[in-house]
Write a protein that binds this ligand. Sequence first.
Ligand SMILES: [Zn+2]
Length: 318
Amino acid sequence: MSNQATALLAAYFETLSPSLTALIQLYSAHKAPHALMLSGQFGVGKRTLASILAQALLCEAEGKPCGICKSCKRAVEQTHSNFLVVKTMDKQRSVKVEQARALQNSLSTYPFLTGPRVVLLEQIDVFTPQAQNALLKSIEEPDANTFFLLTCENEQAVLTTIRSRCQIQRIPPWPTPLLEKLLIEKKLPGHEARTLSVLSGGSPANALNMRNDQQFWDMKELVDEAVLSLDSISSFPHSSSSLKNLRDQSLMVLDYIENAAMRLIDEKPTNDSATFKARSLLEGVLTARKHQASNLSWQAICDYLLLQILEDQTLCQM
Ligand SMILES: [Zn+2]
């Protein structure tokens, strides 16, 4: 996150939920809760919001968080003396008790400057219960100037004793138009932003990861060719065998077809056949999902879907 981005990103979170607006205001007014747990699915912005809240507490300017004063910049870079960040190492799946004890020690000896101090515990849900227990005392018996920020994906993996001492703020999935706007702001081309915002499940990080995921774009190319361009029974065998190979991505395939159909409708087609095609695709996806729920094989689901689309096309041409 660049420093100038703070205000912009804060505005996005404020649009995402009124409770986030209130939260940022609380931190800016130095009325932050002693411990706050940000909870939400992968990539929804927990760490980014935590950084904004830390900046709001540490900022030296009038309009907090300004994102550009020395304190804000250091908070963004995580080099501020009063901002201690604890995160799991790459590929490390849990935080062990020894690390938690070391953290507790460093909290008591850490040479914080005067003023508010922020401790960010990322992914508290991957701390082992023993490690969480070791931290409990610090969270329970705070000094008045220390503010804890915790993030988690799975609240159930956080000890009740920790949860009960935190204010919990859930970050909702991003609605498609807001996420699309953010992706365009990040210089993604419009059509990519649209596709990714629909398929990422409301998670900006998911959308950005998918952008660089060749498997996703390969899937897209196959489905574009096999389903969206299917125009005669002679291409059926080829389409069928293309889709068969996408079994492991079946959910994403159906989401993608649905998204393509919605896009067709959004474009407000002037000819009836485009409208008809969009409806046919939507109905096809709906049926395919029902078939999936009843455990029909992926191959059978695809063949049924393709035949349905072909049949609708024939009807439309009559
Ligand atoms: Zn500032």
